[in-house]
Design a protein around this ligand. Sequence first.
Ligand code: PRX
Length: 647
Amino acid sequence: MSHITTILEENRTFPPPAGVRGNIASLDEYHALCARFQTEPEATWRELAEAQLRWDQPFTRVLNRERAPFFRWFEDGRLNLSVNCLDRHVEDGLGERTAIIWEGEAGEVRHISYSQLLADVCRAANALKRLGIEAGDRVIIYMPMIPEAAVAMLACSRIGAIHSVVFGAFSPQALRDRIEDTGARLVITADGGARRGGIHALKPNVDTALQQGCQTVEHVLTVRHADNPIDTDPARDIDWHTALAAESDKCEPLMVESEHPLFILYTSGSTGKPKGILHTTAGYLLWAKLTMQWSFDFQPARDIFWCTADVGWITGHTYSVYGPLACGGTTVMYEGVPTYPDAGRLWKICADHRITLFYTAPTAIRALIKAGDQWPNRHDLSSLRLLGTVGEPINPEAWIWYHTVIGKERCPIVDTWWQTETGGHMIAPLPFATPTKPGSATLPLPGIDAAVVDEHGDEVTEGGGLLVLRQPFPSMLRGIWGDDQRYIDTYWHKFDGKYYFAGDGARRDADGYFWIMGRVDDVLNVSGHRLGTMEIESALVSHPAVAEAAVVGRPDEIKGEAICAFVVLKQDADAQLADTLRQHVSQEIGAIAKPDDIRFADSLPKTRSGKIMRRLLRDIAAGREITSDTSTLEDQQVVAQLQQNRA
Ligand code: PRX
């Protein structure tokens, strides 16, 4: 990728801002903490878990490795997540503090205090119980970015139900797959959400999904939000507001074991359908809270924290909802796109709510750079004290712009590398201790044993290789829902069960800094969203006109990667077919998976043994000189044809 090439050449270093004492104050403190984790890992985790979380029953055992790689943390302890995010703060006298500031796309604003949020969560939890939802039951949440989404998540945790949030822009088909894989009994949704001045329908998508199967779903609970007319089936549909109004604002929390499942979140892999990543209660919550303090230097009494991610993604789970609330601070939720009504929207929100910590994706930064400096310059950004980024490698140009134009050279840039599977940050600078380099996520957080290794698993101390995590950590995934073997095969097989293999390539420089190079498997990163090439290929071949399809990524200035599909048809292409296929993929998965380019051909380039030559396709997609050896190619003509046929 073009920006990765630039990363390799980047070697500027920026010292942490002077005069600020962060939660971890210096590199010496960082190294001392890392050393403690190395010499006495269990005692260190024990101390942190005891200090950070409120336990109903304290744990005695820190880590159980007996069934590795199915690790268990703090397993004999009991606690409740919603108590840790709500009740404890109210008991500590912070009931009036704002927990959530919500801004709608049309500009409406709601401030929800901790007391209010607790009351709403209790009402929702009681409503769930009345619908027969019990501990361990799965609940699908398919909602826009509104406070009720957080209320629904916390209500599940209060009664031990397992939530699975499905991103609101996913199609009915994708929703159905997730409902069926989880076996959910309840879907919580909204009539619709705001999108670019219009309405994005949600409940109608649920209806479509349920028409096609989903036998396990007994009820659908719908928040009225967008004035979108909806059909209701009295046997199945329940109005959220009516249901909550009938309930008490007190609900006894269910104390669960540390390893009680908290949520399932689907993410793409290189094979098959998206996999349900399973996270459990205590370990996940501990790390959400610690990373808020370490990577973001979150100080709940003074900070206003805004993570722009939707709750449909892991970033939204950990850093829009659970992390900030576990700390007792204020989190901002915005329902809308960054460029509506204009490219100044994010900066206006920063100014209006006096945001101090801001966290977004490089793709948004790149789009806003393109819109021009006049947009941020129109707003007072003086409240900002830290800027974070996540989801994909940030190119140095975007990093420098973020640092100068948005951060006015005062704010540390915190580039955080992590994954749905890791629950929270793994590699990130400590903002007031670690010198930063544009394009590097810098160093592993304390307690995280990240390394770059070669194909044999031998450590590469300087140079490129594969990124692995060598020790278990509390917030790691506990498995793939319903498929233990896939968990082992995907993450542990590569290095014989010794290391967790992240699927990313990385480089370490002479200072030990990590530079993430992107996925080494067939997973694309489009605007910071993970998509499996195979998923898109399956969607394409499910169209009657398509005989065969291969999907690869190509570099894209804004999105990081764009989707390029090579398609062999059963019949001749008509003028509309490329658009029809794009639409088809959108219906099967969601708009984010729509191919940017579609190239038709009579066949796909394959080796004599029948393997699709993906590297060759990537070169063709990027318009690069072909570097692959094409001598084994069955049909030499096909390359020229693919190079020309751009739809
Ligand atoms: O390739 C890495 C990239 O995003 C992948 C994880 O995607 P997902 O599970 O959807 O989670 C995204 C938000 C945590 C990783 O395997 N990635 C994530 N953060 C970075 C990154 N690549 C480079 N730099 C990052 N900071």
